[in-house]
Design a protein around this ligand. Structure first.
Ligand code: NDP
Ligand code: 2IT
Length: 444
């Protein structure tokens, strides 16, 4: 049994009932064989064993009172996974499906993603099984204040800097920041994705979606191709999906479908993003309403069939495991050429296999959606320097980071003999920097 196989087997035995964590760890560790083969000193130093074990896991009770006076108790999590290259950094997810396995998979991915940005940020992730959907603003505030009343003692601008993820947007970040500031009496960059009036950065709202399109554009450029005139399917209708759509449209693409967790809309004339924004950002409504407003659109219950729509570019931007092998085969048979992951781990291991075996250009999440956290790091830089950069400055830095990530992962894949395999390239390039930092810092 190889070193990697042994570590993976131990991980599964010692962390039972964590399928998402097993999946992410399998994807990552199996691609690191050539790196640990080249560096026998890593095994002696127990490097992989330390890499896959979070430095700290915090789990806590989050009690809050709803508008009718009833008491609710949710679970709160923060996994501080790896601080070798910088303070823990990663989002908070509020969704009923959140559990330790999901937060650990996201935290593990985040370590390598943050490394790929080239900026000094370690990996962490947190969240709660709280569902903001259907709650009043006061209920969301009560929940966020209770959540931060425990979390504040574990985070800090140089320790751990959370941000948004599913279910955590500008409103939630505002309430969380307000409570942190009240308890600690310090106005510091302890969260990113803050509003522009209290320390936020321009472009952070757009960053993940824009970054996804910038890296895809670069990969397409290498194939002599562009977004102009291409048909695109985007899953999700949240932060990542909306701004991926906006940038793809600005480059001349036609986005024909988007979805939420209830179902998808197909608009043969091309999605009218203004309508989606009004429904999602202003009304907090359902994507179904799009078909009531736009007559060329059809609404279908359920999300899975969104991948049966023919397209050249598929951008999964909703959630984990939304593309299985069957959906991947449908996409391939219908002529997809590029798949870039806006969501974290949206493709199952089998689906990734289908894309790679069919010569699809496949850009994995930790590279493709790194623009969000990269811009969070730019927000941190502006906070600590007490500066405020223009939209154009931040956007140019974001684009540069995404183009660099593409060439970095492409170069690593080639160097290790796996040209065009960006899963290998992203994992290897991300891991090398973290490994070097961990080796330099001794057994900690
Ligand atoms: P949002 O909460 O803004 O939007 C999530 C979207 O995905 C919504 O349309 C939601 O539908 C849909 N969705 C969520 N869960 C499911 C599900 N189980 N099945 C089907 N659809 C679902 O989140 P974000 O846009 O911020 O996040 C989307 C993805 O991108 C996540 O995987 C996240 O981890 C990843 N990501 C986010 C970054 C960021 O900066 N925000 C950065 C990097 C990655 P509904 O409203 O019905 O729940
Ligand atoms: O998955 C992610 O990279 C995010 N949700 C963004 C994290 C961040 O700290 O900006």
């Amino acid at each position: 049994m190889t070193y990697v196989e042994r570590v993976l087997k131990d991980l599964k035995e010692r962390n039972p009932n964590e399928p998402e964590f097993h999946q992410a760890a399998t994807e990552i560790l199996t691609t690191l064989e050539p790196v640990v083969g080249k560096h026998p000193e890593y095994e002696k130093a127990g490097l992989l064993e330390r890499f896959i074990e979070p430095e700290r896991v915090i789990m806590f009770r989050v009690p809050w009172v709803d508008d009718s006076g009833s008491v609710h108790v949710n679970k709160g999590y923060r996994v501080q996974f790896n601080s070798a290259i910088g303070p823990y950094k990663g989002g908070l997810r509020f969704h009923p499906s959140v559990n330790l396995s999901i937060i650990k998979f996201l935290g593990l991915e985040q370590i390598l993603k943050n490394s790929l940005t080239g900026l000094p940020i370690g990996g962490g992730k947190g969240g709660s099984d709280f569902d903001p959907k259907g709650k009043s603003d006061r209920e969301v505030m009560a929940f966020c204040q209770s959540f931060m009343t425990e979390l504040y003692r574990h985070v800090g601008a140089d320790t751990d800097v959370p941000a948004g993820d599913i279910g955590v947007g500008a409103r939630e970040i505002g309430y969380l920041f307000g409570q942190y500031k009240r308890i600690r009496n310090e106005h510091v960059g302890v969260l990113t994705g803050r509003g522009l009036s209290y320390g936020g950065s321009l472009v952070r709202t757009e960053a993940t979606g824009y970054g996804l399109i910038y890296i895809t554009e670069e990969a397409m450029k290498m194939c002599g191709d562009s977004f102009q005139g291409k048909t695109v399917v985007i899953s999700g209708a949240g932060n990542v999906a909306i701004y991926a759509c906006q940038k793809a449209l600005s480059l001349g693409a036609k986005v024909v479908a988007m979805c939420d967790s209830n179902g998808y809309v197909y608009d043969k004339n091309g999605i009218d993003l203004k309508v989606v924004k009004t429904i999602k950002e202003i009304r907090r409504g359902r994507i179904k309403e799009y078909a009531d407003i736009v007559s060329s659109a059809e609404y279908h219950e359920g999300c899975k069939n969104i991948w049966s729509i023919p397209c050249e570019i598929a951008l999964p931007c909703a959630t984990q495991n939304e593309i299985d092998a069957e959906s991947a085969r449908l996409l391939v048979n219908n002529g997809v050429k590029y798949v870039a992951e806006g969501a974290n781990m949206p493709s199952t291991l089998e689906a990734i296999g289908v894309f790679q075996n069919n010569g699809i250009v496949f850009l994995p999440a930790k590279a493709a959606n790194a623009g969000g956290v990269a811009t969070s790091a730019l927000e941190m830089a502006q906070s600590s320097g007490r500066m405020f950069w223009t939209f154009e400055e931040v956007d140019a830095k974001l684009k540069n980071i995404m183009v660099n990530i593409y060439h970095n992962i492409d170069g690593a894949a080639k160097e290790y003999g796996y040209e065009g395999n960006y899963v290998m390239g992203a994992n290897i390039a991300g891991f090398i920097k973290v490994a070097e930092a961990m080796m330099a810092q001794g057994i900690v």
